[in-house]
Design a protein around this ligand. Structure first.
Ligand SMILES: C[S@@+](CC[C@H](N)C(=O)[O-])C[C@H]1O[C@@H](n2cnc3c(N)ncnc32)[C@H](O)[C@@H]1O
Length: 383
């Protein structure tokens, strides 16, 4: 394999030489590389570095963390955690692919790291043996699969203990978001319809799925950060324990939704879902992530983008349990032209309801105003 060296964050990295690889519409298709590396995911990895740093500071205090980067490819994620996150004592990186394993070992050497251990194992069997044979206490488990996280999430939850943080990437948004209905039923036991709110739908459908699996192990999840960007969604979940807590989590956070007048509305007796209706992020924790970003991580390539996303998430977190609505979809439904977003938000505020833009769509907003009021405002077309 021909290699080139790049730098991402503070890590140097051998990646497969991309000159020999077929381009798809002028862009390198990362899955065609002999070892997977996607530069678009630098944003995901940059933010992960900051979230892990904030998590260790807030939840582990003076204790050092052991991190598992389960599906590591070049090893970039785990290597960056070892180099850029405070309080990491050990990182375990793993990939079932032989070429990936060879390359990740080269990358560990290249960065002269003694606290990163590489494995070449099937992901699920490695998780089990780390827990039951090696008695390794994993503080953070990062799952960054091709497509769906479904093949790994059962084992990850079964080996997690109180206080473990699970970081999850999923790129099967078409399935989770409602574009592939049969697959959503098959893979996540979710009944969906096609909808234009797929980024939030994906997150809430996946959270409901993960929560139900967690509950089956008498465990609970608390979402710390959830967002969607580019072609993926990313969740950071704090795992807890307790059968009663699991019952309560399911009772209070799993529901259904309906699609009415171009809006997504929760509906206890609805047929669409199940989805997670509770909080998808922790505002206090988001503020700590932003603090860490600003105080320690200004060198990141995606610093500005990360700061913008965190600012927006904090802004919308006080209305996070209201599903985001799309002004274009509501207006289209009413055969009306679209008002300007800032005008609509201003009008809702004047009527003593809260409203804010949403990260999930350029035309998205969250509000606690009743749906008939939103429809009326769009009908009056403020534009
Ligand atoms: C999307 S890539 C990981 C990207 C990497 N985390 C990064 O940030 O660049 C997914 C990786 O999972 C590996 N993989 C897929 N199924 C696996 C399994 N059952 N056990 C171990 N590795 C697996 C693939 O070989 C591939 O390298």
């Amino acid at each position: 394999m021909e290699l080139s060296v790049i730098k991402e964050g503070k890590a140097l990295l051998y990646i497969p030489d991309t000159r020999s690889v077929a381009l798809k519409q002028g862009i390198i298709e990362p899955t065609h590389l002999p070892v997977f590396y996607n530069p678009v995911m630098t944003f995901n990895r940059d933010l992960s570095v900051v979230v892990l740093d904030a998590f260790i500071k807030k939840y582990l205090g003076n204790k050092e963390a052991v991190v598992l980067d389960l599906l590591a490819a070049t090893g970039i994620r785990g290597i960056r955690y070892a180099m850029e996150v405070d309080g990491v004592s050990k990182v375990i990186i793993n990939d079932g692919d032989k070429d990936s394993y060879g390359l990740m070992r080269k990358n560990v050497k290249l960065n002269d790291l003694e606290n990163v251990v590489a494995y070449n194992r099937d992901a699920n069997s490695l998780m089990r043996s780390l827990k039951f044979e090696c008695r390794e206490l994993l503080n953070i488990v990062d799952l960054d699969p091709f497509g769906s996280v479904m093949p790994f999430i059962h084992t990850a939850l079964s080996i997690s203990t109180k206080g473990t943080m699970l970081a999850v990437t999923a790129t099967d948004l078409a399935v989770l978001g409602g574009s592939k209905l049969a697959a959503a039923k098959r893979r996540y036991q979710a009944s969906l319809i096609k909808n234009r709110h797929y980024r939030e739908t994906s997150i809430r459908v996946l959270l409901a799925y993960i929560a139900r699996i967690a509950a089956s192990y008498d465990k609970v999840i608390t979402p710390l950060v959830s967002y969607s960007a580019d072609h993926y969604l990313r969740l950071y979940l704090l795992v807890g324990r307790g059968a009663r807590k699991a019952d309560k989590m399911i009772e209070e956070n799993i529901g259904y939704f309906a699609y009415e007048n171009g809006m997504v509305l929760y509906d206890k007796n609805g047929k669409l879902g199940p989805l997670w209706t509770g909080k998808i992020m922790d505002e206090g924790f988001l503020r700590e992530v932003l603090d860490r970003l600003v105080s320690k991580y200004q060198y990141l390539e995606t610093y500005k983008r990360s700061q913008h996303l965190l600012d927006m998430l904090i802004q919308e977190s006080s209305l996070q349990t209201y599903f985001h609505q799309r002004v274009d979809t509501i207006c289209k439904h009413q055969h009306k032209s679209m008002p300007r977003m800032d005008k609509l938000i201003e009008k809702i505020n004047e009527l003593n309801y809260r409203a804010t833009r949403s990260t999930f769509s350029a035309t998205g907003f969250r509000t606690d105003a009743p749906s008939d009021l939103i429809v009326r405002l769009c009908k009056e077309s403020l534009g």
